[in-house]
Ligand binder design. Sequence first.
Ligand code: G3H
Ligand code: 13P
Ligand code: ZN
Length: 311
Amino acid sequence: MPLVTTTEMFKKAYEGGYAIGAFNVNNMEIVQGITEAAKEENAPLILQVSAGARKYAKHVYLIKLVEAALADTDLPIALHLDHGADFEICKSCVDGGFSSVMIDGSHHDFEDNIALTKKVVEYAHAHGVVVEGELGQLAGIEDDVNVSEDKAHYTDPAQVEEFVTRTGVDSLAIAIGTSHGAYKFKPGTKPQLRFDILEEVSRRLPGFPIVLHGASSVPQEFVKLVNQYGGNMPDAIGVPEEMLRKAATMAVCKINIDSDLRLAMTAAIRQHMAEHPDHFDPRQYLTPARDAIRAMVRHKIVDVLGCAGKA
Ligand code: G3H
Ligand code: 13P
Ligand code: ZN
């Protein structure tokens, strides 16, 4: 099956009360682990690529890996640019074969965000590509930009209709208290999300797909494994999975997960190397790493997103 856009996936997800996982890919083992999990669970899939991933692996390698995933399955798969910072990177991904791009104008003021997003939408739509915009700003690290907690701010629901109407975006990422990376909430505090904002946004945009970034749960057993085998991660707290399950039944149709994949992969490699200090063939430790990605993605698909069997 060729690459698909997210239009059909989101329509079904909205109506069905589930969400599609958007997983960040950086190399072959990650693409394979995610794709195998989606295949086993017959789940629709969004593979997403950041600017950092393109810098690390090169656009052409990532495109070819995703083409291989398509050849290996019958699943609907969308290839999405994660956090496009400007028109040029979005254009380059539209021209370079992506089916979906995000223009992240969230750090601009409202009018500049609208102007930039609209320009990307016009170009992308003319080429059959869909666009995700963002209103509100998450805390945390994305592509070397560290947004401090005091700079982060929730989405203002009063702005969403104007933003969507004037830009023509196909989906909207909103800030309701999630953040990027493994350290989302202060240790000792109770994680909280602003479901009231999500409700108000969906009331103002009926049927419109909402996107949740920064949605890793940072399972404690993986942090423990990393630290047990020589790592030194401070207390890391992610978004509780029951909150993600709830968001998936609401207007949230796309849930972004990267940190949990990194954690699963790193824990598996650390454990393998500690248990087999004589191993030096990368296939020996990348096999459990790929398996760990697959298990993590299966868990997300089945137990969190609710998109198993929806391909
Ligand atoms: O939102 C950020 C994603 O986790 C991508 O991270 O820019 O380090 O590839 P990256
Ligand atoms: P996490 O860091 O919570 O995995 O979020 C990833 C993300 O939002 C990618 O855009
Ligand atoms: Zn993000």
